[in-house]
Write a new protein. Structure first.
Length: 321
């Protein structure tokens, strides 16, 4: 199947990155190349792009989409947790803009072979990197009940996590759970009928939790954001698109700490801890999709964009004097 993925909040991302006439920009989740192509289309030959993705199918699609811009981009198969190493290997000490478009792409959701969707029959996989060692099938069939419930509760914020885990463990005693459809049926049995009639699909939160656990998405996020801020040149912009409350909360908290690292008590008129701001927040509140985009791309409905800018000034006291 073709790699069709509408870039979320395209205009807002380009405004957030605020590219100039030259510089290096990094798309840490290049996917089908939608954001990257628009960036190259709207800038001149002085702007270069580095695109990262751990999914080889995504890189192949991005390479095809970016073909008109030969010489202006470099694609690297890598998890964005290795951003600093990738840039060092390319001889880049600092870059002018970085984009993270977190979560799973429409292509991955719609491709039955990947096992991400609770709406499609598929093997229980959910690996963004097809060469990863752990699949959702492994977790569902091997984890102790308490640990499985913890994952569903923590990463899915699922109120019925314990009950779902208990039903999964009971079902797997008869035979291994191998497909998405099998897991969906177990979850439906575990969630009380009244709860199934309200809110999202009963399997949505459990599938989200398993995907996050398989790909280690949240544990790496705080350090990744810090690394990205560290490799930005002064004035460079960092854009992060999130799709659920957990990753947005981590992004918000990490950016806030980078913007306000001072640990001195409020009673101190002058900072004595020596912690200097690394970034400033461009928007006090996250940017969300327009009504038009929501109509054209319903999957963008939960997206939030946060933008920060690298600074080199040092705040000497509470008044910024």
């Amino acid at each position: 199947m073709s790699f069709n993925h509408l870039p979320v909040m395209l205009e807002e991302v380009l405004a957030g990155l605020n590219p100039g006439n030259e510089g290096v920009y990094v798309d840490c989740t290049v996917g089908g190349g939608g954001h990257s192509r628009a960036l190259l289309e709207r800038t001149g030959p002085g702007v270069k792009l580095v695109g990262l993705d751990q999914d080889p199918e995504a890189l192949a699609a991005a390479s095809e989409k970016l073909t008109p811009f030969q010489g202006r981009y470099t694609l690297v198969r890598s998890n964005f947790k290795d951003l600093v190493r990738v840039l060092a290997d390319l001889g880049l000490e600092a870059v002018n803009g970085i984009l993270f478009d977190l979560g799973v792409s429409s292509y991955q959701l719609d491709n039955p072979a990947r096992g991400f969707s609770y709406m499609r029959e598929a093997p229980l996989d959910m690996r963004m990197d097809a060469e990863g060692n752990v699949t959702a099938r492994d977790l569902v069939n091997t984890l102790p009940e308490r640990e499985l419930a913890g994952i569903i509760k923590r990463f899915g914020e699922e109120r019925w996590a314990s009950r779902i885990a208990a039903f999964i463990v009971k079902a797997r005693k008869s035979r291994e759970i191998e497909t998405t459809a099998e897991l969906v049926e177990i979850i439906k049995k575990a969630v009380p009928a009244a709860a199934r009639r309200e809110g999202p699909h009963p399997a949505k939160r459990t599938f989200q939790a398993l995907r996050i656990a398989v790909n280690n998405e949240l544990e790496i996020l705080p350090q990744v954001i810090k690394d990205a801020a560290g490799v930005l040149a002064p004035g460079g912009r960092l854009c992060v698109i999130t799709f659920h409350s957990l990753e947005d909360r981590i992004t918000k908290d990490t950016l806030k700490k980078l913007a306000h690292p001072c640990k001195c008590p409020p009673s101190f008129p002058v900072c004595t801890c020596g912690q200097k701001p690394v970034i400033k927040l461009v928007n006090s509140r996250p940017v969300t999709p327009t009504e038009q985009e929501l109509a054209e791309n319903p999957r963008s409905r939960s997206a939030k964009l946060r933008v920060a800018e690298k600074i080199c000034s040092v705040l000497k006291n509470r008044e910024g004097e």
